[in-house]
Design a protein around this ligand. Structure first.
Ligand SMILES: [Ca+2]
Length: 327
């Protein structure tokens, strides 16, 4: 149909209908996002560390200090607050927590937001875990106006690495979610440039955004989580949230405590290839006059293979040579 055949004013009417439709969609979206649950909800939060040397064999910290988890900090809040956010700069409190596991500044700045805005409802803590594998738990009280949950746990030892969630919405329209189970992956706070678990402090200047650490990012063999053969890293920890109703069985068995993994669980094996240094320079040519000589060079193992990874190559090789100064 050509424009000449359309009735007068068709363009205005079409635009008006489109505007009405888009406003209606925006309203429906806003309603979907608002939590209209009529009552608060109580959840048991269980954090399970799964950081073990079979799944994460590269540079796994065995001592001084061994692999472990800091205290857990969780905040319930509305959509107007972020404890931390991928792609944004870490606050000073997040920096101190990610680098040193110190909770005071992070709790202080969160409570200051709570005082002046209604965007934060509760701040919760759970004890640290003195092992890469283990549980810690706490109870959360969620309000319909603050249905989102953010949390952080520092990876110890590490430069500025942590696991956590940002703004997990526990309310779906008018209903509280009954159960959530999420794998947790490492993030870099962007404040310390260390590359390995036990790197010395090395301030990042200027500060960088918070980024997720993956099996291939940072793309450098020295990085402790660099596993180029893996498409994705296995989860380093798991978060489980279970809504409690009035007569939930086993409610009282949860509190802030640590349970060590019994050791019976089997973890996935991540193959780790051998890594060797560059070759040394060639040694002297050992030659008898009139006969060809031999010279050698060596290299050494940087990383022992594990879990059926590629074996180490020869560490020494020789070649025929000749020199003017024969013996
Ligand atoms: Ca960093």
């Amino acid at each position: 149909m050509s424009a000449e055949l359309l009735p007068p004013g068709w363009l205005q009417r079409t635009l008006a209908v489109m505007l009405w439709l888009s406003c209606g969609s925006a309203l429906r979206l806003a309603n979907q996002m608002a939590c209209t649950a009529r009552s608060p909800a109580t959840y048991i939060l269980v954090f399970t560390g799964q950081w073990n040397p079979t799944t994460f064999p590269k540079q796994y910290p065995m001592f001084r200090p061994p692999a472990q988890w800091s205290k857990l900090i969780a905040v319930s809040h509305s959509s107007r607050f972020h404890l931390w956010q991928e792609g944004s700069l870490a606050s000073q409190g997040v920096q101190m927590f990610a680098e040193r596991g110190v909770t005071a500044a992070l709790i202080k700045e969160t409570k200051e937001v709570k005082k002046i805005m209604r965007s934060v409802h509760g701040v919760y803590r759970a004890p640290g875990i003195s092992n890469g594998i283990g549980h810690t738990s706490t109870e959360l009280h969620m309000q319909p106006r603050s249905p989102r949950l953010s949390l952080m746990v520092k990876i110890i030892p590490s430069p500025d690495w942590f696991v956590g969630v940002d703004s997990l919405d526990l309310c779906d329209g008018g209903q509280w979610v009954q159960e959530v189970s999420l794998g947790l992956y490492p993030y870099d706070a962007g404040t310390d440039s260390g590359f390995t678990f036990s790197s010395p402090n090395y301030l990042t200047v200027p500060q960088e955004n918070i980024t997720q650490i993956t099996s291939q990012n940072p793309n450098h063999p020295a990085n402790s989580f660099y596993y180029p053969k893996l498409e994705t890293l296995p989860p380093l920890a798991r978060l489980t949230l279970t809504r409690q109703t009035g007569h939930s069985p086993g409610h009282k068995q949860f509190s802030n405590h640590i349970l060590r993994e019994a050791g019976s669980k089997r973890y996935s094996e991540t193959p780790l290839d051998c890594e060797v240094s560059r070759w040394s320079s060639w040694g002297l040519c050992l030659e008898k006059c009139g006969r060809p000589g031999v010279r050698h060079r060596t290299r050494y193992i940087l990383l022992q293979p594990a879990n059926s990874g590629t074996a180490c190559p020869d560490l020494e090789e020789g070649e025929i040579c000749s020199s003017e100064n024969c013996i």
